[in-house]
Design a binder for this molecule. Structure first.
Ligand code: BES
Ligand code: ZN
Length: 869
């Protein structure tokens, strides 16, 4: 196979041509859409007077006609290939180009460009989908003003939507109609959007800080209006929050959100017309979990916040993706913290970072938050660019302080509004506002891999001394020799007698540093408070220290960390006992029992937080810490440890579960979230204890569940307990929910993630044939295949290699119509560099079978990196 081309950041050059305006007419018919584009173009100021070829991107469409300054262009003046239209030798400095082309949304299964989702038509243009709608200079630094006229059958498509403000509309002969939209703001093509369909519409308004009234509209499938209030409320909260926190007001008169079932990602921030995966829009008490409700709020916030960080100020090129994504994730995290519980939100974000981003950064796909090369940019919408990118922004916030950060944001908009810029420009605004030189800090943008801080302590007289060393993994890309990271490192010194804690904000800027503190007595250091830097901290804690930190630490995140470290310690001891003796350790140490009991009994802890503190480390996290993980042993020991705790504290779990079961009104408050989370956590321990009382609690819980949070949790516990597919717990759920496709996604994913090892693979092969499994809809593909590979570790990593071959086969199939989803599914193989020889060989054979099948560029890039291990 011919190796696809690599694109490098160092090769960036501005486009020699710019596009001032584009007037689009999209005439929608059953078997095709006819697109007419009229563009007013100019040469870039550095190219004026030169004779140049004009290169337009364009893929998967048919060119109908081409006019230059109103006249048909002869065949020898342009060249057409599968991905480009080149107009030869353009000498004019200003001109208009009129292009007509045909596309077919109904046959577009890649879900990029203009495509069909159920009965509706919609677009996805980020990052490079606009080139599948018409020929264009499809790169984010080419910003144009858009006018869009849509024409379609009025009955089938009563709503025709695009960006900006509605200019007008009217009826046409033959039952057709037209609507025209104009977006007053310049934008890159990736923010273009169009929707045609029939919907129910939820309407509301928001009055801005300057008193402007904005129309808010949420478009959903007919019959789903009852599931929109939460999304609408979240939108209003987001608009208000951005005004109050950053002084940022919405800039158009209308804000539309359209929910569709077929979508490659979560949601998209198109100017004035967001398109959302229905999973991140629709929610009600009966069918959505608390996690779903929080997801909707977070994603609505995220896409709304992009209006300023992404749309008004956009990216110069796709290497700068973290400029908008890292910053906007930081903003949505802060929003959710303010709406819910800051402590719990921080813990969840750090958990996600450690579970997924640290793993990504330790594997074959490791890259800096601003990559320096790519084959397919779609592969770089990663945990690193997003979540580590957000941590980098958070570090700036910590280093310069909240007020300076706000000033820096003001500066950023003052300097760059309406422009396409780089991460350097962002940091520059922060430097100007804070008066601080951040040049060393910028090293974070180019270094891949998670740094480790090796910390040791000493005492000299009344001085407590910390020696800190920064260690970096061998980088996967070239990094300058003098790249030493600068980071804020918050620590606490917990006085062992008074239990008071003193906080210090350290700044690390050298590979080795020593810090001295005056102390009165013995102290326990609490390191990386609030997770101030995205690093691994190694410190030789004794279990007694950790128990001290778990009980008395002020910082909630570090308290959580301490409990996790204790579990980790206990788990490892049990694990090695099992490996050495071939049987499970029946005991629990009294030290651990006491610590766990103190946790249970502590009534000062918020309930959400408590349920997290009771969470054992995940099998995923544990496998990542081990080289050549023994997935079966991890699963067995993990289960056994939870079982021992479930048996030991059965009485407490039963009582608490019972107490939390007394009927109360369903609310979406942190308190109510906490009650349901802890109730579910108690049930997990009870069921894992495998006692009669435990199973009794499960039956009762399931029968009485009045919301999806409790209902699906019980379903998962039944599945994990090993019941047959025909068991009434599983079938009842199916019968009850078969008409709600969002709930059916939960049914499929629960079976994929929680089925016991023996039954998992054959069960999945059966589920794929279920009539409700929609085999071309990304949500369904993710629910079945990715849930299995990522969350049913011991089943997927069965060393007979069956599941690897199965997965490879499915990836090949998906790659045939949706490369983006296939390439993400290939993430199933991300642990390849950590596996034992047998599993590695099996995996490589499976991966080669994909390579032999001429995969897409997307899938090629990922698999070739895995195979290079
Ligand atoms: N701009 C992205 C959506 C996107 C990503 C489009 C990749 C095309 C390719 C959007 O703002 C986004 O980041 N969405 C996230 C959810 C968000 C809450 C992190 C997503 O879709 O997963
Ligand atoms: Zn985003």
């Amino acid at each position: 196979m011919q190796q696809p081309k690599t694109i490098y950041l160092k090769d960036y050059k501005p486009s020699p041509f710019t596009i001032d305006t584009i007037d689009l007419t999209v005439d929608i018919h059953a078997d095709h859409s006819l697109v007419t584009s009229v563009m007013r173009m100019e040469k870039h100021k550095d190219s004026v007077g030169q004779k140049l070829n004009l290169e337009l991107n364009g893929e998967g469409m048919e060119l109908v006609s081409l006019k230059f300054n109103g006249e048909a262009l002869p065949n020898d003046r342009f060249q057409l290939s599968s991905d480009k239209l080149v107009i030869l030798n353009v000498s004019h400095d200003e001109f208009t180009l009129e292009i007509q082309n045909k596309i077919n949304p109904a046959e577009n299964k890649a879900l990029e460009g203009f495509y069909q989702s159920g009965p509706q038509l919609c677009t996805q243009c980020e990052p490079e989908g606009f080139r599948r709608i018409t020929y264009f200079i499809d790169r984010p630094d080419v910003m144009a003003k858009y006018k869009t006229k849509m024409i379609a059958d009025k009955k089938q498509y009563p709503f025709l939507l695009s960006n900006g403000n509605r200019l007008g509309g009217g009826d046409l002969p033959g039952g057709r109609h037209w609507v025209e939209w104009q977006d007053p703001f310049r934008k890159p093509s990736y923010l273009f959007a169009m929707v045609a369909g029939d919907f129910d519409v939820a309407r509301d308004t928001f009055t801005t800080m300057k008193g402007r009234k904005i129309d808010l509209e949420i478009y959903v499938d007919k019959g789903n209006l009852g599931k929109t209030p939460h999304a609408m409320n979240s939108l209003k909260q987001s608009m208000k929050w951005d005004e109050e926190t950053f002084g940022l007001e919405y800039d158009l008169d209308i804000y539309m959100i359209v929910a569709v079932d077929s979508f490659n990602m979560g949601a998209m921030e198109n100017k004035g017309l967001n398109i959302f995966n229905s999973t991140y829009t629709l929610a009600d008490e009966k069918s959505a979990t608390d996690h779903d409700f929080q997801g909707v709020q977070g994603v609505i916030g995220h896409e709304y916040f992009h209006n300023w960080t992404g749309n008004r100020v956009t990216c110069r090129d796709w290497f700068q993706l973290t400029l908008k994504e890292g910053l906007t994730v930081f903003r949505d995290q802060e929003f959710s913290s303010d709406m819910l519980s800051r402590a719990v939100k921080r813990l969840e974000d750090v958990r996600l970072l450690k579970d997924s981003q640290f793993a990504e950064d330790a594997g074959p796909l490791s890259h800096p938050i601003r990559p320096s090369s790519y084959i397919e940019i779609n592969n770089f919408y990663t945990r690193t660019v997003y979540e580590k990118g957000a941590e980098v922004i958070r570090m700036i916030h910590t280093l310069i302080g909240k007020q300076n950060f706000r000033k820096g944001m003001d500066k950023y908009f003052e300097l760059f509004d309406g422009q396409a810029v780089t991460t350097e420009d962002f940091v520059h605004a922060m430097e100007v506002a804070s008066g601080r030189d951040l040049s060393q800090f910028k090293n974070w943008y180019s270094r891949p891999g998670t740094p480790t801080l090796k910390v040791t302590s000493r005492k000299e007289g009344n001085e407590f001394i910390l020696d800190i060393e920064q260690k970096y993994p061998v980088p996967t890309v070239k990094v300058e020799d003098n790249n030493v990271l600068l980071m804020p490192f918050k620590i606490g010194l917990l006085d062992k007698t008074t239990k008071t804690e003193e906080e210090h904000l350290l700044e690390l800027k050298n590979l080795k540093e020593t810090f001295r503190f005056k102390v009165n007595g013995d102290v326990t250091p609490s390191l990386n408070l609030g997770f101030s830097a995205p690093v691994i901290v190694e410190y030789p804690y004794e279990v007694a220290d950790l128990i001290e930190l778990m009980s008395f630490n002020k910082d909630p995140y570090c308290r959580y960390e301490a409990t996790q470290k204790i579990y980790d310690h206990v788990f490892k001891a049990e694990f090695y006992y099992y490996k050495a003796n071939g049987k499970l350790n029946p005991e629990l140490t009294s030290e651990f029992k006491n610590a766990f009991q103190n946790l249970l009994k502590d009534e000062s802890i918020d309930l959400s937080f408590k349920s997290y503190l009771l969470d054992l480390p995940t099998e995923n996290g544990l496998s990542q810490e081990m080289l050549q993980p023994d997935f079966d042993a991890i699963h067995t020991v993990h289960h056994h440890l939870r079982k021992k705790l479930g048996v030991e504290f059965q009485e407490w779990f039963l009582k608490e579960h019972d107490r939390l079961s007394k009927a109360s009104k369903f609310e979406l408050t942190p308190k109510a979230f906490g009650e349901r989370a802890l109730k579910n956590q108690c049930l997990t321990y009870l069921v894992t204890s495998e006692t009669k009382a435990g199973m009794g609690a499960l039956d009762k819980h399931y029968a009485n569940a009045t919301n999806m949070t409790e209902e699906v949790h019980a379903l998962q516990l039944y599945i994990a307990s090993g019941v047959e597919l025909e068991h009434e717990s599983i079938q009842k759920f199916y019968q009850k929910w078969k008409h709600d496709s969002l709930v059916m996604l939960k049914w499929f994913s629960s079976l994929a993630a929680f089925s016991p090892k023996k039954s998992a693979l054959p069960r999945i092969e059966k589920l794929e044939k279920n009539v409700l499994f929609q085999k071309q809809v990304p949500n369904y593909l993710r629910a079945l295949y990715l849930q299995f590979a990522k969350n049913n570790l011991h089943a997927f990593h069965d060393d007979n290699g069956d599941a690897y071959r199965f997965m490879a086969q499915r990836i090949r199939m998906i790659d045939g119509f949706n490369p983006q989803v296939a390439s993400r599914a290939a993430g199933a193989f991300s642990l390849i560099n950590k596996l034992d020889a047998k599993r590695q060989t099996e995996m490589k054979t499976a991966l080669k079978s994909i390579m032999d099948d001429k995969p897409s560029r997307d899938t090629y890039e990922v698999i070739s990196k895995y195979l290079a291990q």
